[in-house]
Design a protein around this ligand. Sequence first.
Ligand code: XUL
Length: 539
Amino acid sequence: MALYLGLDSSTQSLSAVVLDITGDRRRMVHAESFQFDAVLPQYGTRHGVLPSPDPRVAQSSPLMWAEALDMMLARLARDIDVRQITAVCGSAQQHGSVYLNRQATEAIGALDASRPLVDQLHGIFSRSESPIWMDSSTSEECAEIAAAVGGDTELARRTGSRAFERFTGPQIRRFFKRSPHAYEATDRIHLVSSYLASLLAGRHASIDTGDGSGMNLMDLAAGEWWGEAVAATAPALSSKLPPVSVSWTLVGALAPYWQHRYGYPPARVIVWSGDNPCSLIGTGLVREGVIAVSMGTSDTVFGLMNEPRVHESGIGHVSGSPTGAFMGLTVFQNGSLARERVRESLGMSWADFSRALHETVPTSGGILLPWFEPEITPRVSAPGVRRFFASDDRRTTARALIESQQMAMCLHSSWMGVQVHTIHATGGASANREILQIMADVFGANVYQLEVTNSAALGAALRAAHADASADAHPVSWPDVVRGFVEPVASSLITPDAGRHALYDKWKAVYAACEAHALDGGAEPELALERFRRELSER
Ligand code: XUL
């Protein structure tokens, strides 16, 4: 029997998925998850984050992540036959960084199986807290790095993203500026992903191209550090960064600590990646043309790209994909929150809301820009809801919102240059078939509902299976790697209506005119509406 273990160290929890992939047998044999706040209350985190008087600062504890890893491997050894584990891989929240001193290499290389892991790690940090992705304190450093490399457009072109506060480069620069001595005492800077992989293997792991793209430090196309960005970030940084490697790199074998303490075999440890690249695999997006639209608190559109195309004004992020290709990700802040607010303002239940979508005709509600909160895509810092061409029928407000959200997602993900034929819809709102029908009609694509939990841990386990086969010189194609684990619900298929798709294609120009007008006072959108009506009457 060949078991593959995938771990996911997210902001709030640690999860594990174990797959049995033996011959034709393909099944999930175990899944387990716990919340950091609940099982490790002594660290004092709330939702996985340490309290901070400055709302812009978000940090967590690297010791807590290590103790959680130790707990999880102990639990798994209690619950399943871990002797069958062939390879281990992992996923972690992106961008967070871990700062190790000169004692670290020796300490993690000589872990004593008779003592708990954390007891042996206390002395290895040059910074006891890790900044994480929710931190927004580095605007100044973002501007400095961007200026030093020739501007945000150049930074986006080379690294896949313009400078973002949460990205690791600006975080490292802030640490260097505020604590130069502690920075000087830093021997190695890991991401959360490469830090945890290092603890498993008992040696420093590399950073994979997927998670490495979340740092504003990596040359995306070359898959290696970009010297100019590294130099612009902090002095002597190149000597503190682990190497970058492809996502199927073997870090080594599970260290003797895990073998002697819990009975694990010397299973292969595969380089870890970020949660978004791992979710790409865990939602089955291994070919260009299939994208995921996740409709949760915020809405995200992501998918695999064969080429590293980047939007010139830095909308979205491009990173390495664990398959060796690339992945694009665009985030829309006003997702579920906007849907809830509009539904509540209409005094509708979800059933009423769906009925309103069903009973009204396309474009009848005009455009509704739902910027209740500052918006990431397009960039809106002064929030405010804008409505254009509203009708008297209240029910059309529901339609205007959903159509406008889908228009925004379709237009602002087109920079990926991907011909979308299939969408895997996930997240709470994907249960609503009226919303999915509008999505299908706007994108002109087949839409399936994908029921996923633990997609990042599942993606990590599938990556373990893929890397294990590659290491044995029996590479398996990605569609075969994911087969049987990531298929959407076949009966959930919704197909686009050709007539409505053609209508929405024209309506996009009206939407874009409203957006441009709201953002920077572009021309009156009435002109675009007139053009739209004229084109319809000429048909
Ligand atoms: C991606 C990002 C988040 C974290 C969450 O850029 O910041 O999705 O990876 O874990």
